[in-house]
Design a binder for this molecule. Structure first.
Ligand code: SAH
Length: 357
């Protein structure tokens, strides 16, 4: 992959960072998500659904609750964006089947995924799904009139991002990926970039793909709700600065160290997302507050009582702590709820952050 990128730059000139990231993650031949199974203990990082089935079960109950709040339509789309191995979807469906069979009956599942390798894994995980599942590479391919409930966990931070650096204390110059034939490193565009989001940090991150996804969600979902969960912050009206990082084998490394072999992610500035999705249709809260409000601690207690071995009990304790502890995922992870209609109630946002702080 590194050689291919070096050749590409030698032929076409320095790469925008988002293009570098897109090649590293989604190149059909060598891209990270196209070949590897990045999640889980043996992978490079663990996501919440891979940590414990309780996470997906609780999101499944949230979906059923939202369906109920929408007036229990006889048909609705349950859409998952970037479903990884399909574990979250399987856990959600199991909980919906058990707790809300009428909701399951109304449910048509749509998985939106760009990686054929991961689609194959998702098909395997969901081979006994209790309802039919359809795959798409773009949410806009879902073209029916039914309302939608959309869920996405750790999707936003996998979208390619550009960086702009204030090198002369005044203007922002785009950071470009360049090469000397052996190594990859940053250079800067010669002309400054204007019309960037107003931020005060020396480095600004901006993802055109994130903007276009948010725009698509807002315009495509005529009726329904969206739940996006991701690493990020709400306390950054001044900007988040440089957050792009590479993770391989649960360790951080430089973003040019092993293109295609490491995951590249960045931290979402939810203050920006909030603004783009329309403040009066949008709520953002900490993951711990969201999961507590929708009942995860109670469900964990119940599972703990039912667990047959000490190892199983310990696993429930540890994973619940990891999800809820403010120093772990509890506060570093944010949950964004968006609704097409202001009067639709979405559970989990009693303590939502409704102003930029
Ligand atoms: N939600 C999963 C996986 C998160 S990793 C979990 O929590 O375990 C990011 C996922 O998003 C991968 O499945 C990746 O292939 C997918 N993805 C990245 N860009 C996408 C896009 N534009 N549309 C749909 N899926 C995308």
């Amino acid at each position: 992959m590194k050689q291919a990128i070096i050749k590409h730059i030698q032929k076409n000139g320095p790469l925008k960072l988002a293009d570098y990231m897109a090649m590293c993650l989604y190149d059909p031949q060598h891209g990270y998500y196209m070949n590897k199974t990045p999640f889980g203990q043996e992978g490079d990082f663990i996501t919440a659904p891979e940590l414990t089935p309780l996470f997906g079960e609780m999101l499944g109950l949230w979906v059923a609750d939202t369906w109920q709040n929408m007036g229990a339509p006889t048909a609705f789309n349950l859409v998952e964006l970037g479903p990884g191995r399909g574990v979250l979807c399987a856990d959600m469906l199991r909980a919906i089947q058990k707790a809300a069979p009428a909701c399951l009956k109304a449910c048509q599942v749509h998985l939106v995924e760009v990686s054929p390798h991961l689609i194959a894994l998702q098909k395997q995980t969901l081979k006994n799904a209790p309802c039919s599942v359809m795959w798409h590479t773009d949410i806009q391919a879902i073209r029916n009139a039914a309302p939608s409930v959309v869920v996405g966990n750790e999707l936003l931070d996998a979208l390619p991002v550009n960086q702009y650096e204030q090198t002369d204390g005044k203007h922002y110059y785009e950071r470009l990926v360049n090469t000397d034939g052996q190594n990859l490193f940053f250079t800067h565009a010669t002309a400054p970039t204007t019309n960037l989001p107003k931020q005060q940090t020396p480095i600004i991150e901006h993802s055109p793909d994130l903007d276009s996804l948010l725009n698509t969600l807002k315009t495509h979902i005529q009726q329904g709700a969206v739940l996006l969960l991701d690493y990020g912050t709400t306390k950054a009206p001044e900007g988040t600065g440089e957050t792009l990082q590479a993770i391989r084998n649960h360790q951080h490394e430089g973003i040019f160290a092993a293109p295609g072999q490491a995951d590249l992610t960045w931290h979402i500035n939810f203050t920006n997302v909030f603004g783009k999705m329309g403040a009066d249709h949008c709520m953002v809260t900490d993951m711990a507050l969201f999961l507590s409000e929708i009942g995860l601690p109670l469900r964990a207690e119940q599972a703990h009582r039912a667990a047959k071995t000490n190892a199983a009990k310990k696993h429930i304790e540890q994973t619940t702590h990891r999800l809820l502890d403010p120093n772990q995922m509890g506060q570093h992870f944010k949950v964004l709820g968006w609704k097409s209609h202001k009067d639709l109630h979405l559970s989990g946002f009693m303590h939502y952050i409704n102003k930029i702080n």
